[in-house]
Design a protein around this ligand. Structure first.
Ligand code: FAD
Length: 288
């Protein structure tokens, strides 16, 4: 199907982009990697009057760590860059294990982590990773900049909390309290598919003690689900068969799966339990 007619703008600076967004209000849509927006437009599920392509704006395609250990991911940093990143491989294991599991190489070469968070697909993998890591989105507009925790950024299926005129300029992962470890486990029907179930686990530890635990789920609810009770059950504890079993059971309880072509609700809940227990039970596989 052909998309409906739209006006195309390709600003060369953020200020220019803010001007266009201001002029067109909620008639305008930002285009980053286009891997979700273009299919939606072609299927006519979305019909923006104006597309604001941010790909010509310099300074948005980066990911780097601050001296305090926090990580910034610019709005044009592609999945593929994150998949290949030595920085992620050595210091951000939950992210580096998730990146190669997103879609296929073609989608990964264009799509962006920030675009994925903005798109807020309940089956998007990055939102779970960012929830587990306590990440936030930095939104900027002509009015200034604000930080929004990912838990408050994704507010519904395909809904984010950006205001009219705002662009998500980067995502931010806070510095860990201690040593970071973690993983992302994804059950998919075939390579490149969206998740039947995805589980993000992120731990921050001092020795054997867990300072902070992050666990979040993909594909088993109307949004990515943060497993707060499971996280709290692990905080201040050490990993042993009893704490692992308790966290896995609480995560399975937090899931809200629906039966569909990918599997029954019961099966998906069981996979959540199994993945959380498997991740926590294999510290070696979670190490950076
Ligand atoms: C075949 C296929 C398979 C896929 N499989 C997976 C998968 O397994 N797992 C997964 O997680 N994803 C998957 N995706 C989605 C993919 O990860 C997309 O790249 C991602 O969802 C959107 O990123 P994008 O940069 O392409 O955003 P775009 O398509 O450009 O934009 C998506 C939405 O976010 C908004 N937006 C984007 N960037 C910004 C910004 N900086 N500020 C404000 N608004 C913004 C747009 O206006 C639009 O509404 C798949 C996509 C395809 C086509």
């Amino acid at each position: 199907m052909y998309p409906s007619r739209f006006h195309y703008e390709a600003p060369r600076s953020l200020d220019e982009a803010f001007g266009v967004l201001q002029a067109y209000g909620d008639e305008a849509k930002v285009l980053a990697g286009g891997q979700s927006l273009i299919p939606l437009i072609k299927l006519r599920f979305s019909a923006p009057a104006v597309i604001v392509d941010i790909n010509n704006i310099p300074g948005l395609d980066y990911h780097d760590e601050d001296t305090d250990g926090s990580l910034d991911i610019g709005a044009l940093c592609r999945h593929r860059t994150l998949e290949r990143s030595p920085l992620l491989r050595s210091r951000h294991p939950t992210m580096s294990r998730c990146a190669p599991l997103i879609a296929d190489p073609m989608v990964r070469s264009r799509g962006t982590l920030v675009g994925s968070l903005c798109h807020a697909d309940p089956q998007g993998d990055w939102a779970s990773v960012m929830l587990a890591l306590g990440g936030e989105i930095i939104a900027r507009s002509a009015r200034g900049e604000r930080a929004i925790p990912v838990s408050q950024f994704v507010i519904g299926p395909f809904q984010n909390s950006l205001q009219v005129g705002e662009i998500a300029v980067r995502a931010r992962v806070p510095a860990p309290r201690g040593t970071r470890s973690g993983t992302y486990l994804k059950l998919e029907r075939r390579v490149g598919d969206f998740a039947t179930v995805g589980v993000a686990v992120a731990l921050e530890t001092s020795g054997a003690t867990i300072n902070r635990a992050g666990i979040a789920l993909t594909g088993v609810g109307s949004n990515n689900i943060q497993c707060t009770a499971a996280e709290q059950a692990l905080a201040g504890k050490t990993l042993n068969p009893s704490t692992i079993e308790q966290a896995a059971a609480l995560a399975a309880e937090a899931a809200q799966p629906k039966s569909d072509v990918r599997g029954s609700a019961e099966y998906k809940r069981h996979i959540v339990y199994t993945f959380v227990a498997r991740a926590l039970g294999n510290r070696q596989a979670m190490a950076a």
